[in-house]
Design a protein around this ligand. Structure first.
Ligand code: HEC
Length: 200
């Protein structure tokens, strides 16, 4: 096949265009300062977005709550989708049950059977529940409803008050059911000849 000069130019044009125009522009954009475009977000605005809670719970806010208070909140704001006995409905999954089912073909993953950290439960409710009204609960309401769910899964007592200090200390039933991501986290890893993902 023969290429005419015209055709060659038209084929190369996008590349030339990028090299001659787009690339220098991109370099310019990196070095120049924009004026009148956007603004630096305020500390309060950044805080409003920056809500992630680490597994060790170090970002947990002040506030506290117990299962007793949480029951009332659950009855108003969660029951419609998760059911009166936390058994789940068409609108939302079960929040109890499934203990001992993970190694069976009918594995049921719930807070009690599956979740390894109580801090991620707090984070999840805080960022995502109630579904369609996310972010509407105060920190103390999140502590209370978290306590209620933990109580219903036999993990804490009904009267236990949960806050930023006590929540990270809660041992979830399936805490050790996951393969650690780092070999160093496996007890006696060297002796047992563990490698990432496999541990005989
Ligand atoms: C309008 C329905 C609705 C309401 C109200 C609602 N949820 Fe949910 N919830 C859902 C749905 C749907 C999911 C599953 C979301 C997904 O998997 O992406 C879910 C998931 C969850 C989970 C994770 C369960 C798991 O094991 O994966 C928790 C915990 C939870 N909700 C707690 C609450 C709490 C606490 C409230 C009340 C404060 C609440 N939800 C209110 C619909 C709802």
């Amino acid at each position: 096949m023969r290429y005419s000069l015209n055709r060659l130019v038209s084929m190369l044009a996008p590349c030339l265009c990028f090299t001659c125009v787009a690339a220098p522009l991109a370099m310019l954009a990196q070095t120049s300062t924009y004026s009148n475009v956007g603004r630096t977000p305020s500390d309060a605005e950044i805080r409003a977005w920056d809500i992630a809670i680490s597994l060790d719970g170090k970002e947990l806010p002040p506030g506290s709550g117990s299962a007793k208070e949480g029951a009332a909140i659950y009855g108003k704001k969660c029951v419609a989708c998760h059911g009166a006995a936390l058994e789940g409905t068409k609108l939302g999954p079960a929040l109890v049950g499934g203990k001992g089912s993970l190694s069976t073909p009918q594995a049921r993953r719930t807070i009690g059977s599956y979740w390894p950290f109580a801090t991620s439960l707090w984070d999840y409710i805080n960022r995502a529940m109630p579904h369609n009204q996310e972010g509407s609960l105060s920190p103390s309401e999140v502590y209370a409803v978290t306590a209620f769910l933990l109580f219903k899964n036999d993990i804490v007592k009904e009267s236990e008050v949960i806050d930023a200090k006590s929540l990270p200390k809660i041992q979830m039933p399936n805490r050790n059911g996951f393969i650690p991501q780092r070999v160093e986290e496996i007890p006696d890893a060297k002796k047992r000849g563990c490698r990432l993902g496999t541990c005989p």
